[in-house]
Write a protein that binds this ligand. Structure first.
Ligand code: SF4
Length: 505
């Protein structure tokens, strides 16, 4: 394998022409159209030792959402012999999107003849494919048989979508447009190929699901088994795009507010908790409520109400707009005030400086919370608070774990969604300690430039991010060269929470 050298394989002369100008150290090969021609060409491939291989060209759409000019990066290739996963392709998705191209990430099926028929394409879609070509699987199969397989990506640009056969006259301009798009992917291929290198990964532990998230997902799964579909969930059950998409596929409908749910249906309240008025509304609507509020969030609600019942004004240290903050503020409207940072703590007005208490959002950064609480204590020397810290164990442990690995990392990747508070705090911890950090939903959001020069990459996952996404990210790095994985454990977690009534037992 020759590090850095990129081999680009295309079937047709016009595709090859569109792919010129990729840049240094690139070899362009034409394998011919269809499996028979690819077989004739394979001996040439056997003589090449590229650092990375991209099979690129045009394709037909199988997923009805794909339009002419859309780019497809394969998660796997399929043919009659089976499926071959392509984890190395993931960062190419991020690189192409960064360049403004419309990119889909899914399986590509290779067939032995052009699939013109709409019904046949529907059958391919039924098997999970989103696009179809005639060469990729044969090329990829030859590469993965090597003792040392290079990173391989398959990237195709759609010419004919499902609803437009190749014989349609509109295919001519669509083809021209697809070739222009193909020309634009070249520089992205170069950036992607530069990822090929041995690498070290340092895993922070604990990472990924906490007890509250495990419980919330378990509650929804139990509700799906026990109650008629759809099961409704108010707001995202946990702040993670993959978890939400998976539950949607299984029969969950997510709503913002209860008025979107027909009377008498089942609704699950998310892990972030709700205000009492939401419970009242559910009772009026005769909804079957299952409460997935994390017990540690519910504890903060109880504290806040207790302080209010003692005549105190409660200051909630947290971030505006977060579901948990809305739920906590709603425990006693008008008697709980949000304080977001030290400057707000310095200026907040309360009815009586001696009758004040504070509570915290459970997913705050430890340092940011300490700064704001410090300002509150200076401002209100008699301020009351709970005996235990409101920032939950999972938030604390994941931040400490990141702080422990940062000295050994060039960059940190945090798996978590953009609306996940605890995940965003992990990025801030790493940045505060002086290394670049990036929040990603999955491996397909890793921009090659972030890690191309990094010898040691730190990886963690927020409390709402599935562990499987970490495994997939490791598979992606493994596909680019020898990978050393070291896990740094700062503590272990064994907390679990019981299920609530309605799904328990
Ligand atoms: S992050 Fe903490 S408060 Fe939030 S669900 Fe997990 S354990 Fe509960």
């Amino acid at each position: 394998m020759t590090a850095g050298r990129l081999l680009v394989v295309a079937a047709l002369r016009v595709e090859q022409a569109a792919l010129t100008g990729i840049g240094r150290d690139t070899v362009l090969e034409r394998c011919g159209m269809g499996a028979r021609r690819v077989r004739q060409w394979l001996p040439r491939l056997d003589r090449l030792t590229p650092g990375a291989v991209a099979v690129a060209g045009l394709a037909g759409g199988v997923d009805p959402a794909l339009r002419p000019g859309d780019v497809v990066v394969a998660t796997e290739v399929q043919d009659v012999a089976g499926r071959i996963p392509l984890p190395a392709g993931a960062p190419l998705v991020a690189e192409l999107r960064r360049r403004g191209l419309p990119v889909h990430h899914g399986p590509i099926v290779t067939t032995d003849r052009i699939v013109r028929d709409r019904q046949q394409r529907a059958e391919l879609a039924g098997a999970g494919a989103i696009a179809v070509d005639m060469e990729s699987a044969a090329v990829v199969r030859a590469l993965v048989r090597r003792s040392e397989s290079p990173p391989v990506a398959v990237v195709r640009v759609v010419v004919d979508p499902v609803d437009r056969p190749l014989t349609d006259l509109r295919t001519i301009p669509a083809g021209a447009r697809a070739l222009r798009t193909l020309h634009r992917i070249g520089p992205a291929l170069r950036a992607w190929a530069d990822l090929a290198a041995p690498r070290r990964v340092v895993l922070a532990a604990p990472r990924s699901f906490c007890a509250g998230v495990e419980r919330a997902i378990e509650i929804v799964e139990a509700a799906l088994r026990r109650y008629p579909h759809p099961v409704y969930v108010r707001r995202q059950i946990v702040h993670n795009a993959h978890v939400v998409a998976d539950l949607e596929r299984r029969g969950v409908v997510f709503v913002d507010e209860l008025d979107e749910i027909p009377d008498g249906n089942t609704v699950v309240f998310s892990a972030h908790g709700v205000a009492p008025w939401v419970r009242d509304q559910a009772a009026r609507r005769d909804l079957n409520v299952i409460d997935a509020t994390c017990p540690l969030v519910a504890k903060v609600h109880t504290e806040a109400r207790r302080f209010v019942s003692r005549g105190k004004q409660v200051l909630l240290v947290g971030h505006a707009g977060h579901d948990e903050v809305e739920g906590t503020l709603g425990q006693a409207p008008g008697r709980i005030t949000l304080v977001q940072d030290p400057s707000e703590a310095d200026t907040i007005a309360v009815p009586d400086d001696e009758q004040v208490a504070f509570v915290l959002q459970t997913t705050l950064g430890l340092d940011e919370a300490a700064a704001t609480v410090g300002a509150l204590r200076r401002r209100f020397p008699l301020i009351d608070s709970s005996a235990t810290d409101d920032i939950c164990y999972a938030t604390t442990n994941r931040q400490r774990a990141v702080a422990a690995i940062v000295p050994d990392c060039d960059v940190l990747l945090v798996i978590g969604s953009a609306n996940s508070s605890n995940s965003r705090r992990l990025v801030e911890v790493a940045e505060g300690l002086g290394i670049p950090a990036h929040l990603i939903d999955d491996a397909a959001q890793v921009q090659p430039a972030w890690v191309a020069g990094a010898v040691s990459v730190g990886i963690t996952a927020g409390a709402s991010a599935p562990a499987q996404l970490v495994d997939e990210l490791l598979d992606t790095f493994r596909a680019f060269g020898a990978l050393t994985v070291e896990e740094r454990v700062v503590t272990t977690e064994d907390l679990t929470f019981a299920l609530p009534k309605g799904v328990a037992g």
